[in-house]
Ligand binder design. Structure first.
Ligand code: MD3
Ligand code: FE
Length: 203
């Protein structure tokens, strides 16, 4: 079912479950060309999640900062093409949440092993905040933190299960958010990991 979290945010419970095998195959095909890697933050820390991208633009981080790049800095090659099943899922979920016409040009793939987390942050490296972000969760459960427009705002905890899809746009687009350390466990399809896909309009 579709749960409206606020004006611009919706949680589509289990939306991606029926497609999970196809989605995972597509993710594996991307990761075979552009391997998951721990990005370095501008402060020189190594992120606890493994990251890669597909589509016209990929999100990268290094000592120079965060940005979108047309090539994978590890290989110098363009990012893999966004597989059709991934694009179709993002477009369908966006339309169901009220964002018809969403056309992502970037898909960031994050892989969390137990213990991996993502600190509270805003997604503001995209050029145009009028497009929503669509996020797909696969595998182990995550405790997602949803804050406000200021870092100090209190955050709510939302459980994200296998197949859940979040759509964020409008006045919620720049809310702070993060992921609590993923707890150990095993998922029947993914084993001991969580994969999150975020579809964006980078340029
Ligand atoms: C709320 N990923 O890659 S996805 C990220 O589960 C990221 O891997 C998290 O945050 C993850 O940047 C959360 C859900 C999400 C994505 C973007 C948002 C929630 C959002 C933008 C604004 C508000
Ligand atoms: Fe984010």
């Amino acid at each position: 079912w579709i749960e409206r979290l606020s004006v611009g945010a919706a949680l589509l419970h289990g939306w991606a479950c029926a497609d999970d095998v196809r989605l995972l195959e597509a993710v594996d095909a991307v990761a075979a060309q552009a391997p998951l890697r721990a990005m370095a933050t501008p402060r020189g820390q190594s992120m606890s999640v493994g990251t890669t991208s597909c589509g016209d633009w990929g999100w990268v981080s290094d000592r120079h900062g965060y940005r979108y790049s047309a090539v994978d800095p590890e290989t110098g090659h363009p990012w893999p093409v966004m597989p059709d099943p991934l694009r179709a899922l993002a477009q369908g979920a966006a339309a169901a949440a009220g964002f018809a016409g969403f056309d992502p040009d970037a898909c960031l793939i994050n892989c969390y092993l137990p213990g991996a987390r993502m600190g509270l942050h805003q997604d503001k490296d995209e050029r145009d905040f009028s497009a929503p972000i669509v996020s797909v969760s696969l595998g182990l459960l995550a405790e997602f933190l949803l804050g406000g427009l200021r870092r100090a705002d209190k955050s709510a905890r939302i459980a994200l299960l296998h197949g859940d899809v979040l759509v964020w746009g409008g006045p919620d687009r720049l809310r702070y958010h993060g992921v609590r350390p993923v707890q150990a466990g095993s998922h029947p399809l993914l084993g001991a990991r969580r994969i999150n896909l975020t579809f964006r309009k980078a340029r």
